[in-house]
Design a protein around this ligand. Structure first.
Ligand SMILES: NC(=O)c1ccc[n+]([C@@H]2O[C@H](COP(=O)([O-])OP(=O)(O)OC[C@H]3O[C@@H](n4cnc5c(N)ncnc54)[C@H](OP(=O)(O)O)[C@@H]3O)[C@@H](O)[C@H]2O)c1
Length: 282
């Protein structure tokens, strides 16, 4: 496997196994340079969102990176304030305009509306999803999916829509395994994308077993975490604005964590990272 290897979505679209994340990259130069450098290092998959406020600069990076559009896989996501059929359709087109693209390879509902928010959360999610379905059928979105959807949100869409989500992008790393959601998503043929894969890094620095792994494999803790994600079969999304780290994070295809090390990483719990609030829809 390497950086440009892909999984196949249920509609036949190929998604590269590793994506360059752009959350919290708000400085225009960092955003443009980040994309250009990531593509230079071999990344072909870029993940942005309306919420990140950087689509314009990510689009500029895509234009400047020197690789033809059709060789890149670009994802964006619907902001929470843009739910609803009409608003979703309108703002998806605005995303395309900001990015300077004719189509997106993947578009996601960033967060579901949840029960606690009051109102008819189920109908809201269905109406919003219908906008994605229509834009998919118009060819403006090559694939469509969801993000941060738990089991009730997935069931609602699967039971009430004509096209099933092809992807569920959720928080996943040692300490946050979301096994039931992963299982349900996979049962419905969705590809799972893992966000914030590096969040346990600082906790793992003090772990002697993890330290032993870094010597045994000759890899950093970041690389061990990203490799864990890959071996779980997730599309791994990772972000850095530093070229040396962009490179380091892509250098995870020449080693394999043993079953014992995978089991150890799966057993880790980090009190601060596993709070249900972190996973709750906003
Ligand atoms: N759907 C959602 O709700 C959702 C939520 C969160 C994230 N995401 C997506 O998933 C992507 C990945 O998540 P994330 O941004 O939280 O990324 P991450 O890759 O887990 O962590 C990024 C952080 O780690 C640092 N870092 C990166 N590589 C490093 C390395 N080799 N050694 C030490 N530190 C390193 C980065 O700092 P520097 O940049 O300074 O290097 C940054 O502070 C996001 O960018 C976004 O595209 C989606």
């Amino acid at each position: 496997m390497n950086l440009t290897d892909t999984y196949t979505l249920p509609n036949g679209i190929k998604i590269p196994v590793m994506g360059y994340g752009t959350w919290q990259v708000t400085d225009p130069k960092e955003a443009v340079d980040g994309v250009v450098n990531a593509v230079k290092e071999g990344y072909r998959h870029i993940d942005t969102a309306q919420m990140y406020g950087n689509e314009e600069y990510i689009g500029k990076g895509i234009k400047e990176c020197g690789v033809p559009r059709e060789e890149l896989f670009v994802t964006s996501k619907l902001n929470n304030s843009n739910h609803g059929y009409e608003k979703a359709k309108k703002t998806i087109q605005e995303s395309l305009d900001r990015l300077g693209l004719d189509y997106l390879d993947l578009f996601l509902i960033h967060w579901p509306v949840v029960k606690d928010n009051g109102g008819d959360w189920q109908q809201d999610n269905i109406d919003t999803w219908r906008a994605l379905e229509d834009m998919y059928e118009e060819g403006k979105l090559k694939a469509i999916g969801v993000s941060n959807f738990g089991i009730p949100h997935l069931e609602n869409i699967v039971e009430n829509s004509r096209i099933k989500p092809m992807v569920n992008q959720i928080r996943l790393h040692p300490g946050v395994l979301q096994e039931d959601t992963v299982e349900m998503s996979r049962d419905q043929n969705m590809v799972i994308e893992a966000w914030s894969p590096l969040s346990p890094m600082k906790y793992m620095e003090e772990d002697t077993k993890v330290q032993a792994m870094t010597s045994e494999y000759g890899k950093s803790i970041a690389q061990i975490l990203l490799r864990w994600s890959l071996q779980q079969g997730f599309v791994v999304l990772t972000k850095s604005v530093h070229t040396d780290r962009i490179k380091e994070n892509a250098d995870i295809f020449d080693f394999e964590l043993s079953d014992g090390d995978m089991a150890y990483l799966n057993s880790l719990k980090f009190e601060d990272l596993s709070k249900p609030e972190d996973l709750k829809a906003r």
